[in-house]
Design a binder for this molecule. Structure first.
Ligand SMILES: [Zn+2]
Length: 278
């Protein structure tokens, strides 16, 4: 369920330039040599960068994606005409660029420390990370989730953050097998579903998946979210056992498995997997 803006292209007919207006090739030579280069044009008082591609085409085309604005234009169109075309499309371009910038911010990982006392998101709650001396047997025994919402790891308090991070991740993955397993079992039993298999995934691109062989994958990072959100993703994938599409029958199956799925669905819609701290 990625919410990346769609790469947008346009071939606006109003920007079509009839071939007979083609200027003499000589005048275009300097621009043609510079094709593909990064350029700038003043847009609403701000410098807007774009990449200019000279292409075999009859019109000026615009494309906006994660790399910004790319303009494709026939070789014979002057740079000035291209800049004018960009200015004419200003509103559309600024809009699309803003959407991509929003997305980039949302997918940027939030700062997360892995030190004693650090707060971690777990099942929609805050978990305090506690590090104990590695040689302390009791600390090792106490590893795990405490009722006081603390995660104790048997590591020296000054342990390297990268190592702590790895230990935390290992713990999340172990918990994911238990907790996601419980949710799968509960929803599948209640829904009277035929046998299927499931396993963990760590894909940065999706929360879950289901294929025609009745194999479901669920992302262990779902553990950052409250149980209803987890249940929604599980119900979504379980519903794909009946319908491998997102049509009306599919949504009826989701609703059958989890009648109040709407709130959880809108909650996870705004989350970016790539922005999670682990
Ligand atoms: Zn789906």
């Amino acid at each position: 369920m990625p919410h990346r803006p769609e790469r947008t292209t346009t071939d606006d007919p109003q920007l079509s330039l009839p071939l007979q207006q083609a200027p003499a090739p000589l005048a275009e030579a300097p621009h043609a040599r510079e094709s593909g280069r990064l350029r700038g044009v003043l847009l609403g008082g701000q410098m807007c960068q774009f990449r200019l591609r000279r292409a075999r085409r009859r019109t000026i085309g615009f494309q906006i994606d994660d790399h910004g604005l790319t303009v494709s234009a026939p070789r014979w169109v002057s740079l000035r005409a291209i800049e004018e075309a960009i200015v004419e499309k200003e509103r559309w371009i600024r809009n699309k660029l803003a959407q991509w910038q929003d997305w980039r911010i949302r997918k940027t990982p939030k700062a997360q420390r892995f030190v004693d006392g650090a707060q971690l998101a777990y099942l929609g709650q805050e978990l305090t990370l506690r590090l104990g001396a590695a040689d302390e047997r009791t600390a090792a025994l106490r590893s795990g989730l405490h009722p006081a919402q603390e995660l104790h790891l048997a590591m020296p308090p000054g342990a390297d953050e990268a190592e702590v991070r790895l230990a935390v991740q290992t713990w999340y993955v172990k918990q994911a097998i238990l907790i996601l397993g419980e949710r799968v079992q509960w929803l599948a039993t209640r829904g009277g579903l035929r046998p299927f298999s499931w396993k963990l995934s760590s894909a940065r691109t999706q929360w879950g998946s289901c294929n025609e062989d009745r194999r479901i994958r669920l992302n262990w990072r779902l553990l950052f979210f409250p149980i209803p959100v987890i249940d929604y993703v599980v119900a979504h994938e379980l519903a794909h056992l009946a319908e491998l599409n997102h049509g009306p029958r599919f949504w009826r199956e989701v609703e059958r498995l989890m009648p109040d799925f709407q709130a959880a669905r809108s909650r996870i819609k705004d989350e970016e997997l790539a922005a999670l701290p682990l």
